[in-house]
Design a binder for this molecule. Sequence first.
Ligand SMILES: C[S@@+](CC[C@H](N)C(=O)[O-])C[C@H]1O[C@@H](n2cnc3c(N)ncnc32)[C@H](O)[C@@H]1O
Length: 357
Amino acid sequence: MQNTNNKLTVCSFFSGGGLLDLGFKDDFNIIWANEFNPEAAKSYQLNIGNHIVIDDINEIAKDMSTIPNADIYIGGPPCIDFSSNGANRGEKGVNGQLTWTYFDIIKAKKPKAFVMENVVGLAQKHKVTLEKLKHSFNESGYDVQVETLNSAEFGTPQQRKRVFIVGFRNDLGTSFVFPNGNTHFVTVKDAFKGLSSPQTIKARDKVLGNIPNHTATWTNPSPERIKDLHINPRPNQRVGLKRLDWDKPSYTLTAHIAKDGREFLHPDEDRRISVRESLRLMGVPDSYIIPSEIPLNQQYTLVGNGVTYQVAKALATAVNLQLTNAMKHNLKVSPLKSYKAKKVKVEQLSFDDLLFA
Ligand SMILES: C[S@@+](CC[C@H](N)C(=O)[O-])C[C@H]1O[C@@H](n2cnc3c(N)ncnc32)[C@H](O)[C@@H]1O
């Protein structure tokens, strides 16, 4: 489905605050999204659009006709059941099952392409599930490519490895080729440029300067826990307080960043990082604003759940270019036609060709 402004259309699932969508929204026309957490959806509405439906996907999927057709479906089903930091129940967990719900939707609706994001646990401890998923997508008429991308290699100031599964429907006659990263890392110092420090304001627990979402609480973590970290630094420990290093990309932000004693501390101030600082570490532009009425814990969760801006953007650009190219070469692409079109090399069209396509 191509709309009047000639952009390909997207439906977004498990949309959270829309960080993945932020990378897709310029290249594509996002026509529909779904999220069951109304707080995260408020941020989605403010930053991405009002097309978000707030409901449980299990309810929506009972009647697939309520989900619009679109060229591409994108989504990151909750990862907690595949994460070594989380419940780790795998595909049998309530959240793990949602990966299969997303599969069922794609199988029923047959978009031209889909993007699925998850934690690396899906390609490691739970790789049997990943293999099953790949096989099931193949059986349903999709060529599927899987890659672990580290956001730090795409210019995000954060070491963040996530698994991406991209499927192109077989009638497009091509396989998706993932974008490459590089090894020039952006550091925490680069990320926090221009953010004022709490030392410049008198009141505690208040906005730092006039940048939205840049607040610091001084009671959490407690001074005792921070003092303990000074005495026993533990940079390599997976859980527990961690202090960021000015000269490196950040550790991986998770949904736990504001709780369970897993807060990240500012490189040289004895406070946890602000929500704005977390967004900067996800590479998200300051124009993305989380509504202040959303509880602070949920603001951090929304950020830690997200896809980094640079990886989302790199994927959006690559999918757009390759899909447009494939469609140009396979003029018969349609949801109901045969899935046996000839293979087309993605390099066959240059970007300039596409501008005039
Ligand atoms: C990993 S996050 C996705 C974040 C998003 N991709 C982003 O970049 O901002 C998964 C999201 O799925 C939502 N979710 C979990 N169970 C759901 C369900 N049954 N129906 C709809 N959304 C659900 C969660 O609230 C969470 O926001």
